[in-house]
Design a protein around this ligand. Sequence first.
Ligand code: HDE
Length: 688
Amino acid sequence: MAESFKYKGNKGNGGELHQLPESDDQRMTTAQGCPISDNQNSLKAGQRGPTLLEDQVFREKMFSFDHERIPERVVHARGYGAHGYFESYGNASEFTCADVFQRKGEKTPVFTRFSTVAGNKGSPDLARDVRGFAVKFYTKEGNWDLVGNNIPVFFIQDAMKFPDLIHAAKQEPDRGFPQAQTAHDNFWDFASLSPESVHMLMWAMSDRAIPRSLRFMEGFGVHTFKFINANGDEKFVKFHWKPVSGMQSVVWNEALKINGADPDFHRRDLWDSINAGDFPEWELGVQVFDQAFADSFEFDVFDATKIIPEEQVPVTKIGKMVLDRVVDNFFAETEQVAFCTQNIVPGIDFTPDPLLQGRNFSYLDTQTKRLGGPNFTHIPINAPQCPMRHFQQDGHMAMTNPKGRVNYEPNSWERDENNPRACPAHGFKSSSQPMEGDKLRYRSETFADHYSQALQFYNSQTDVEKMHIQNAFVFELSKVEKLAIRERVVSHLLNVDEELANAVAKGLGLTEMPEKAEAAMATRTDLKTSDALSILKNGPSSFAGRKLGIFCCDNTQEKHVSTLTDALKTEGAMHEIVAPTINGITLSDGTTMEGDQKIDGGPSVLYDAVAVLLSDDQVENICKIPEAKDFVMDAFAHKKFIIYNKAAMKLFDELNLTAKMDDGFIDIEAKDGDKAVEMLRNIRFWQR
Ligand code: HDE
């Protein structure tokens, strides 16, 4: 047991604690398997002498350490992954012969990695950013990587522009900042000179870009792909991940504070909830449509800056993903996992979307650099879980070279598992795609409308969400130094919606309204709003998976705490005890409770709602703790439900809150735990 270890002083070997076992299964060795006698002291010439170069144990240890880092991903560097399974509903075989969808109830292992885009590997989780949502399905016919985002459209239409987009979004190259944010001149300069980004900007400025947890966000394949069924019939398809617990985001002021209080907020939530057996789940949905629909649709289905509203092509659920196992080792799995959009399986195919076509080159290329060679498919997290038979060989770190004499084709050697052949009947076949035309660099005119769906998105939001979008534009553009860039963005917003443009201009204090940006096409005002685009219209129906922060102190009434914790348990929700000291508190009935957080380490921004359950004899002391005041004031400002008892009123008095107490305050003495938790299902008291 770790606690029983005591350092026993320097005995010329770094202390007894470190010298240990003689049994085989605990003995430390070098990477070559040679047992190590002393892992604390290098080999020296004399007791105080210089270290000897001869010390192979030291050299091997240091050499390995020196080479620990691999290049971080050029984008999506900050990510977190988990294992799980995909369970097929068995209803997609009509559209696709992809093996993973053929049998109802069959489970296919998956590994899913979520990420932010712009920040470096050590950046905070709650940056305003798009989230990557990449799923590797280890199917019986090879790995299928669905490398998506939590936003269904993208900033650009052609992969040719991607390096510029990313250069502009990441830190400015001369100064090396800002980190993990687009709130700077270069990003908005590029975006405002690339009007195709306007639709995506609306999503990126919405609360989609600050999810409450990875479990409460949607995912999208973004591009249109193809499904091919057993008869060879082809359909188009768009992929959607729908979180079973509904969608939920934080508010911007919370995000700013959470990044300080817990930069690992999202990964910790995923880790904790999986370990607690509260497994995040998403249903996989598909929008399947044919060429006739594509021809009649208002926009080009190969343009990744457009959605197909669910009202026009409904989303059919075809399976469920459950993440039920955390990684054993972050580096081996989350870092080394290599998603490639080119990894598809029979029954699925690409379309000519110029963004997707470019991605198919980029991912393979970048993994080769990042993981050091072509054999990254041999790393366990990337290796298919079905048989692989081919004649690819050698290269750095080759671990599964084919066996036997034959390593070429055609050959006349006896056929066996080491001598495979292509199989025309069952192998992957590209779908048909009639093609003809001149070689040219061109943006199809069917890609020219940049504003209509931006307006449709805006109009589909609730008033609260519209206000958040306006505020986000104002926040980001207020960090932009050049007035001309701020104005240029507003000139595009004028093409989207005047109310939005005016609100942003006002927030920026613009004295004159810029002229509307020139547009290739007039904005369509006839597109119907879509409820599916709003987070608040698709919120949770339960408090499950959410967390209550219970701030209590010595002599807090035990029943006030237990009625809540019991009700939360029934709901499937979590709680943390926030206390004046981490060593815990003694409740009114003498029971002791450990604190999960000391009050200054557990600000209310970390919770979906709070309870302030104090005692008469402690409340005065608590009124003197600045963080206790912030706990309540932030919860109030972030429109959270605040459960309280009579003693807490003194603290509210001190904060001048008593007169402002609204229906978002829940008196635990008037309501029992069940009733209180029922109210928490609304997540926030937006009327405040
Ligand atoms: Fe990526 N993207 N991307 N991307 N992307 C990468 O691949 C790229 C795009 C997405 O958790 C890189 O392994 C190009 C759209 C995710 O490991 C790189 C283009 C979507 C992840 C790359 C795009 C994505 C990446 C960097 C424009 C949503 C993280 C490291 C044509 C559908 C995967 C890596 C993970 C990562 C290139 C646009 C999603 C450089 C060229 C659109 C989720 O290859």
